[in-house]
Design a protein around this ligand. Structure first.
Ligand code: 5GP
Ligand code: ZN
Length: 113
């Protein structure tokens, strides 16, 4: 059993509200949403942070971005827009060390950060 909370969700050892899945990517609702729509898009394979990403992860990370496009369409926010962000490291605000893309929508994002 892994200590990583997102690996546990991927393995279905912890519950999550899954909104998208393919062979490389899982997306689920953030447990503490900070926007009207707040989803987390994660590679199924454990990558601790973007600082650990390598050439071998290019396809998987690209598929996370394509999952965001798909989620924009399925949630109805393709027209209004959304934000995709990856917190990295302590000063980047990363708390869970399994790469995840925050997909937030439903309110205007600040443009100065
Ligand atoms: P970070 O600060 O690492 O970029 O973001 C971690 C995010 O994961 C936070 O928004 C937090 O609410 C969310 N989160 C942490 N643990 C869980 C969990 O067990 N389930 C779900 N669905 N979200 C989680
Ligand atoms: Zn993990």
């Amino acid at each position: 059993m892994t200590d990583c909370p997102f690996c546990r969700i991927v393995a279905r050892q912890s519950p999550a509200d899954v909104v998208y899945e393919d062979d490389a990517v899982l997306a689920f609702k953030d447990i503490y949403p900070k926007a009207p729509v707040h989803l987390l898009i994660v590679p199924k394979r454990h990558i601790a942070s973007l600082l650990d990403a390598s050439e071998a992860d290019v396809d998987t990370l690209g598929r996370c971005v394509l999952a965001a496009r798909r989620l924009a369409e399925t949630t109805g926010y393709a027209g209004k827009g959304f934000r995709l962000s990856v917190n990295t490291g302590p000063e980047g605000g990363q708390v869970v060390y399994h790469v995840h893309f925050h997909f937030t929508a439903g309110r205007r994002s600040r443009t100065d950060v």
